[in-house]
Design a protein around this ligand. Structure first.
Ligand code: ZN
Length: 165
């Protein structure tokens, strides 16, 4: 249950029950019947850019977006946002890059949306504080539900090794 360590004991025991009954995969599959079709970096870039244009028009532009097989999904690290400062034309400019763990290539759109929203929010808010989560839920009202379900899927993968999508 390492992916769910931030949740309450009550929630954990409910998940454990479903997991023990071998029903976690079915529950997820029923809630999310199909995977998205954003399979390469180009498509991912367009998807994230569209989200940015919709919600964060005034924030810094995103320079690069890519799936990254080197991101190991442990605890809270499902994606990565980096800003590298470089001197450009005598001014310090930050280059924003978003990386998303490869496992998000074959998941429902809701899970990908959650991680895209999370990493985009970091362009404005560095810490995981109140302002950060306010921005996440502004971009996606079901943000917390999708994060929980993503973590349920990781828990399912851990227990069964069977991909659902
Ligand atoms: Zn974060």
């Amino acid at each position: 249950m390492k992916y769910l360590s931030a949740y309450s004991e009550q929630t954990l025991s409910q998940v454990r029950q479903v997991l023990d009954q071998g029903r976690l995969g079915d529950v997820l599959k029923q809630r999310y019947p199909k995977a998205h079709d954003i399979r390469n970096d180009r498509a991912l870039y367009d998807y994230v850019q569209d989200l940015r244009n919709e919600f964060l028009r005034n924030a810094a532009p995103i320079d690069k977006v890519a799936f990254d097989s080197k991101i190991h999904v442990i605890n809270h690290a499902l994606g990565l946002h980096t800003s590298v400062s470089r001197v450009q034309g005598g001014k310090l400019k930050a280059k924003h890059e978003i990386r998303v763990a490869t496992m998000f290539r074959e998941v429902p759109l809701e899970f990908l949306r959650m991680i895209a929203v999370h990493e985009l929010a970091h362009v404005k808010e560095k810490q995981h504080d109140k302002a950060f989560y306010k921005l996440c839920t502004y971009m996606e009202p079901n943000y917390h539900q999708y994060e929980f379900d993503t973590r349920l899927y990781l828990t399912h993968l851990d227990a069964s090794g069977q991909r659902l999508w």
